[in-house]
Design a protein around this ligand. Structure first.
Ligand code: NAP
Length: 246
């Protein structure tokens, strides 16, 4: 995919899951430099490639974000991948988990978008890619705080897409279904691996698609939602009651 050739890319949460897979996929597609950031450098895999620059970054920390933005002024593609998930429904789920989901997935990503918008404007044509979730379209009540944080992020992503539309910065929303990463540890769902999904994400981006559902399960859910949002809500309702009556 030529569009990543020689590009300078920054990825958050690059030490595992979809973030780690995106680093590998970008290396295989001739990226020029990858700022692979994570909040604990001892957990960063050895990519064994001089194009990878590991950096320490917690996306909830304003000072760290400012320091990293100052050090990575050549960034042309920002991938906001870092995220957390707390289980629990709205009426009696753990509020601190919901608060953390919102603080990382929504506010943390907004802070990254704000810090990097001037850099991406300067380095246009450029890209901002936010990893959201299919849960942004319709909530699964057993992960209600996570779904709300991703719905908020999806909305913010669409706002920023409009804000930057005339400034040479393309803004992408990636809304996967369930992917086989630590986030779904313990699930018995049949899920695709993050490597195949990372490749799909890059393929859709190279085709110029701004709203991306990279996996089959997510695409099925998205198509049902497009047909009638209440149909996806019914599927999630059935899942919720199946989980809670066992
Ligand atoms: N897996 C799925 O089914 C699925 C579906 C839809 C969307 N997504 C989204 O895809 C993204 C990646 O998730 P994943 O599946 O790869 O999950 P994962 O394996 O749990 O990875 C989450 C990543 O986010 C990082 N992170 C968490 N809080 C952070 C913070 N405050 N600052 C910086 N990094 C932080 C984690 O770092 P640590 O190692 O330090 O914890 C880790 O690198 C997330 O935004 C997730 O919501 C995942």
């Amino acid at each position: 995919m030529q569009i990543f050739k020689d590009k300078v890319i920054l990825i958050t949460g690059a030490n595992r899951g979809i973030g780690r897979a995106l680093v590998d996929a970008l290396l295989n597609n001739e990226a020029g430099k990858i700022y692979a950031t994570c909040r604990n450098l001892s957990t960063m895999p050895v990519f064994d490639d001089s194009r990878v620059v590991p950096l320490f970054l917690d996306i909830t920390d304003d000072q760290q974000i400012a320091r990293i933005a100052a050090a990575t002024q050549d960034t042309e593609i920002l991938i906001n991948n870092a995220g957390v998930l707390s289980a629990g429904n709205i009426l009696d789920g753990d509020l601190s988990g919901m608060d953390n989901d919102m603080n990382v997935n929504y506010l943390g990503t907004i802070k990254m978008m704000r810090a990097f918008a001037p850099i991406l404007r300067k380095n246009k044509p450029s890209k901002m890619i936010n990893i959201v979730s299919i849960a942004a379209y319709s909530p699964l009540p057993s992960i209600a705080g996570y779904a709300a944080s991703k719905a908020a992020l999806f909305s913010a992503t669409q706002s920023v897409r409009i804000e930057l539309a005339k400034e040479g910065v393309a803004v992408y929303a990636v809304n996967p279904g369930a992917i086989d990463t630590d986030m779904n540890k313990g699930s018995d769902w049949d899920m695709p691996d993050p490597d195949s999904i990372a490749l799909k994400i890059l393929e859709y981006i190279s085709k110029g698609k701004l709203d991306i559902v990279p996996d089959e399960m997510g695409q099925g859910m998205y198509n049902i939602w497009r047909e009638d949002p209440s149909k996806l809500a019914k599927i999630f309702s059935d899942l919720y009651y199946a989980e809670n009556t066992n």
